[in-house]
Design a protein around this ligand. Structure first.
Ligand code: F6P
Length: 365
């Protein structure tokens, strides 16, 4: 049976925000209006807007001049899950599946398809909405670059640039004060941001979740540098990094969130460990949400535009329930069911790990 013709679409930004979201909203809306004369709805605050029936028709003016603007004009939420919805004031453990209401809300407005811009949590819900009969297209977003099925997500390049610039600044003060500076970057359970910003900043030690570290090896390494006359060291640590045989450091648990764990605090743990063992002066810096803010890099603006445009084109070609992906430098798509529930971590034999080791970087092993 031929796919139903699409006349009206909705777009939403799920999960945490990230630089480039507005560039996708702009590309989706302008492509849909200019090429296909479609009506485009903007869903407010991610899945929360579907749950609470908050959405409006986007005007051309609303999506003009937003290419370079960080955040999302639609708002975001990384706690609302339509398949296990926990009302903010409701009792813990009383999550309900209210996904059918969301489908109804879209049907009542004659919206034919939903473009979900998001990371793994959003794509898991998007895949489940496909099973509820919704026409969905996913667009891969996250600074963490951990979405399965795509080589790259928009937002990652900007986050790496922000982190690298910050580490460059830490470098000069570390050198003046002969300190060990430990910079904690985001990335959840994947070390992509740490690996790329660590290599780009010439950091001395890079610690990622995929390679559990040994504290004594890090201490040996920084003391070895001191003996050679290098009186400072820079350590980049992913928030999800952990000691061999140890656990990730959890900052808090948000019971209302589909992924309740919020990582954070490993830099302080390491600073104490290294100071105790070596006697060196150590400082911890947590970059945090700075990595998610600000204007998207030129690379991310172009990638976001490419992905947003492709999402509309695929829908108009009759493709349903897919995620737009970048594979080997080419845009294509894969089914959301293949992506749901998986993440992409750094392979231990990644070429950038080998390059870093070859230029003398330690991974704490
Ligand atoms: O997934 C993006 C991300 O910034 C992660 O790197 C980080 O672990 C998490 O979101 C932080 O979430 P929140 O904004 O809820 O603190």
């Amino acid at each position: 049976m031929a796919a139903k013709a699409i006349k009206s679409i909705a777009v939403m930004t799920g999960g945490g925000d990230c630089p480039g979201l507005n560039a996708v909203i702009r590309a989706v809306t302008k492509t849909a209006m200019n090429k296909y004369d479609l009506e485009v709805w903007g869903v407010e605050d991610g899945f929360l807007g579907l749950i609470e029936d908050r959405m409006h028709i986007l005007s051309y003016g609303e999506v003009s001049n937003i290419l370079t603007v960080g955040g999302t004009i639609l708002g975001a939420s990384n706690t609302a899950n339509p398949f296990a919805y926990q009302a903010k004031n409701g009792k813990a453990g009383q999550a309900k599946d209210i996904s059918n209401n969301c489908v109804k809300v879209l049907k009542e407005r004659n919206i034919d398809a939903l473009i979900c811009i998001g990371g793994d949590g959003t794509m898991k819900s998007a895949a489940a909405f496909v099973k509820r009969g919704l026409t969905v297209m996913g667009v891969p977003k996250t600074i963490d670059n951990d979405l399965y099925g795509t080589d790259i997500t928009f937002g990652f390049n900007t986050a790496v640039t922000t982190a690298t610039e910050a580490i460059d600044k830490v470098h000069t003060t570390a050198s003046s004060h002969h300190r060990v500076m430990i910079v904690e970057v985001m990335g959840r359970y994947a070390g992509w941001i740490a690996l790329h910003s660590g290599v780009a900043s010439g950091s001395d030690v890079i610690l990622i979740p995929e390679i559990p570290y040994q504290p004594e090896k890090i201490c040996e390494f920084v003391l070895g540098r001191s003996k050679k006359g290098k009186r400072f060291s820079i350590i980049v640590v992913a928030e999800g990094a952990k000691q061999k045989g140890g656990k990730m450091v959890v900052a808090k648990k948000l019971t209302c969130s589909p992924d309740p764990i919020r990582l954070g605090g490993i830099a302080n743990v390491l600073a104490e460990q290294i100071c105790k063992r070596t006697g060196l002066d150590c400082r911890a810096i947590v970059l945090g949400h700075i990595q998610r803010g600000g204007t998207p890099s030129p690379f991310d603006r172009a990638l976001a535009t490419d992905l947003g445009h492709k999402a509309v084109e695929l829908l108009m070609l009759g493709v349903r329930g897919h995620l737009v992906v970048m594979k080997d430098g080419k845009l294509s798509s894969i089914t959301l069911s293949r992506v749901a529930g998986k993440i992409k971590t750094v392979p231990k034999n990644h070429h950038l790990i080998k390059a870093a080791q070859a230029v003398g970087t330690s991974f704490g092993i």
